[in-house]
Design a protein around this ligand. Structure first.
Ligand code: FES
Length: 162
């Protein structure tokens, strides 16, 4: 099957059996394979549109027409930078095993809820399992990143209205 998609902003065309896992086709742009290969550890997480998904269990046909972003591709994205600032401030380690899943979940929460409530954060992260960051730390970091993002948007509005 011929599949066309965008990976970190670059148009890609691949040939693959439709139900093969997507991960090998995303690896050169930084998607990492984790140990579980079952959708649990989120080391292999990528954004499919705005949603984090484990690429080890994502069938390749789901890439058709999609915009896929790996951690590498988030590079200068302002929300990504706010999330990384918040993670550093709270003391969440940059552990390779946990970072993709944590960052992409934080990205989804703030993208969908703007300034998320405690309930929102708890709701989105209820299945989050990681040894590298406590749930409390993660929740604090998401709240902080949401505030940083909100402040940046307010500054931008103020500049535009002048
Ligand atoms: S390898 Fe663990 S979720 Fe993909």
């Amino acid at each position: 099957m011929k599949i066309e998609f965008t990976l970190n902003g670059i148009h890609r065309v691949i040939e693959s059996a439709p139900t093969e896992p997507a991960w090998p086709h995303l690896a050169e742009e930084g998607a990492r394979e984790g140990r579980c290969r079952g959708g649990n550890c989120l080391r292999c997480a990528v954004l499919l549109g705005d949603r984090p998904v484990p690429s080890c269990i994502l069938p390749v046909y789901r890439l058709q027409g999609a915009h896929v972003t790996t951690l590498v591709g988030m590079g200068e994205n302002p929300l990504f930078l706010d999330i990384m600032r918040a993670f550093d401030k709270v003391g969440i380690s940059r552990c390779e095993d946990a970072l993709p899943g944590l960052v992409m979940l934080a990205y989804q929460i703030i993208s969908e809820k703007s300034i998320p409530s405690d309930m929102d954060i708890q709701d989105y992260s209820r299945y989050l399992v990681t040894r590298c960051a406590g749930r409390d730390e993660f929740e604090r970091a998401v709240r902080l990143a949401g505030r940083l993002q909100g402040r940046r948007k307010a500054d931008r509005r103020e500049r535009v209205s002048r």
